[in-house]
Each structure stands twice: as structure tokens, then as C-alpha cells.
Design a protein around this ligand. Structure first.
Ligand code: ZN
Length: 149
């Protein structure tokens, strides 16, 4: 069995996975998801047409989160039966807000606006080709935060 990204080119895998964004070589604005091939800079004040891939920060700050009560659009593949899960919007130091499912085993009770989250890569679904992976946000538990319960 092999593990391959469910979306090619949007994130790296391994022990320190990272999202892959696109950086405009003219104004250095970073975008996610990456723009494949040619295009124009999404910064309206910039006429840049040259871009390079750049790995984004693996840690960000939870900007917003929600319980997903409805099945998301593709490439999400539902488990059967469908189970609601938490989605987090995480702001990266690059200034981007990236939406992602919360890591397995975590729910909205583990999330707090302003708390840190770390990028992880987990299995989205498995078929006869092997595991297909996707990025998720894992809440970073602050040491001692629950000590006084
Ligand atoms: Zn630009």
C-alpha cells in the first residue's frame, strides 16, 4: 500500500509536511492554493506574471472554526455513514488564511480562536491504490494549560 496526496502539488508529505503556495516574484505576495502555470498576480496592484512554488509555514493561528454539518464538495470523500467534523481556518505568518479539516481525534471543543495549530497530513480515504492523504490542522495543546482544570 502506498500513500499519495489526494490533491497533487498542494502540500508536501513526510515527517514535516507543509502546504505549497505560489509566490509572485514581483511583489512576493504568497497565494494558496497554488496557481498552476501561467497567470496574473492576484494582487490587483501588481502586474507580475512570474511565480515560484514556496513551502508555507507549518504553524498558524486559529482564525475561525466551525462544525461541518454538511458534506463538503470534492475532493472530500465521505466516510460511511457521514460524520460531522470540525473545520478550522488558520492564519499563517505569510498572511494567508487556509481552511482545513481538523485532525483525527479533535473537535470544536479542542479549538479556540487565537490558539496555535500545526499542519499534519492524514489519510483522507483508502482505495485499491492505497491511502490518499490530505492536510489537516491539529490544535497545539499548550503545556500546563489544563493543569488547574
Ligand atoms: Zn505580484
Amino acid at each position: 500500500m502506498t500513500a499519495t496526496p489526494a490533491i497533487e502539488g498542494w502540500f508536501t508529505t513526510g515527517a514535516q509536511p507543509a502546504l505549497v503556495g505560489t509566490r509572485c516574484t514581483t511583489c512576493t505576495t504568497v497565494f494558496f492554493p497554488p496557481t498552476a502555470g501561467a497567470g496574473f498576480c492576484r494582487n490587483p496592484a501588481c502586474g507580475g506574471e512570474a511565480f515560484e512554488d514556496v513551502e508555507l509555514s507549518r504553524h498558524g493561528v486559529i482564525w475561525s472554526y466551525t462544525d461541518a454539518q454538511y458534506q463538503p464538495p470534492p475532493p472530500y470523500v465521505p466516510r460511511a455513514p457521514y460524520e460531522p467534523f470540525a473545520l478550522a481556518a488558520v492564519e499563517l505568518p505569510e498572511g494567508l488564511v487556509v481552511l482545513g479539516q481538523v485532525a483525527d481525534g479533535y473537535g470544536v471543543d479542542d479549538l479556540r480562536v487565537g490558539a496555535e495549530a500545526e499542519l499534519v497530513v492524514e489519510t483522507l480515504y483508502t482505495d485499491d491504490q492505497g491511502d490518499h492523504t490530505i492536510w489537516r490542522w491539529k490544535p497545539v495543546v499548550e503545556m500546563g494549560a489544563e493543569a488547574d482544570g
